[in-house]
Design a protein around this ligand. Sequence first.
Ligand code: PLP
Length: 374
Amino acid sequence: MWWTSKHEDLIEITADGCDKIVYNKQSIIDSIKKLKQISSIDRLFYAMKANYNPSILNLIYENGVGFECVSPGEVRHLIKSIPNIDLNRIIFTPNFAPKTDYIFAIENNLNLTIDNLFPFEEWPNLFIDRDVSIRVDPGIGAGHHEHVVTGGNFSKFGIPVNDIVKVSEYSKKYNINIKGLHSHNGSGIKDISSWTNTANILLEIANKFPSIKTINLGGGIPIKEKLSEDDFDFNKFQDSLNKIKNDFLEYELWLEPGRYIVGESGVILSHVTQTKKKENYFYIGLGVGMNLLIRPPLYDAYHEIINLTKYKEKNEIIASIVGPICESGDKLGKDRYLPHTNEGDVMLIANAGAYVRSMSSNYNLRDMPKELLF
Ligand code: PLP
């Protein structure tokens, strides 16, 4: 993780006493470079729900990546952030969205993915003589927590494989050109077979649709959560995708990662507000809480937390790191081994580049820290 060699620089950034979210540009560029090394990937789209900071969107665009959007709001924000953006670099993947979202996509000529039979059944006139992609539910999902698993009957996403025959009927009846297949199985997937199994399912479907040009295997590539953990085997992932591509040379292979591109780039730097001891149990309070970082309460997600001010000191206490939000669940880290910590110390929370600021809320009406690129 890039910040392990930048303690002094980061402490300096917080010298004004304000909490910050700092993103490392090089980390984003390096992640994109790695993805681009996968020779079988024809196009990359960044799932902008992970982080829609305008400077980050521009950096990603300049590095040749397109965008996966899920709402008209995201598309409008993207166009505002990158005024001359080529709309051909946007794919639009709404889920249980109102009819107006599909009209919006058509009016703006966006590359639209449909993930339910309902729009074909109820609003077929919208799609007559048009190109669309479909999102397939391969029947099984994966991911770091049940809330992020997006395959199988208990997930609301995608069209089940057994219903694809109905898509074929609608496409013939209304002359809808099914030009792409899409599948996204979840987030933080460590098992590479999730992509290979899905690819095989999509390949079988593609063989039945002569109009198919693209196969999109979604996102879900994990990043390392703990410093002590092994890296995700990126080479194996790359080899697997390259092998898959041999089976469908006639199709373009697409990926749309979010976390892998920006997750590691961000760190939260927050000052200690107060400390507390209940018998032998310590609490360390920060200026930010679940209003900014909802992932630990929502997913039981682990983020490394270190005391930057005292990074050379010995760990001596076991503490929960909490925020100022009026909820018992406002815990950003539990049972962490840390040095004795004081008011004003700067704490660093790692892997805050993805699904942190973009999932933050106004709960308790506390100000958000400023974001900056470093
Ligand atoms: N594609 C779709 C359709 C998604 O819903 C998501 C995340 O929720 C992504 C891609 C990106 O996932 P990740 O950030 O895990 O790569």
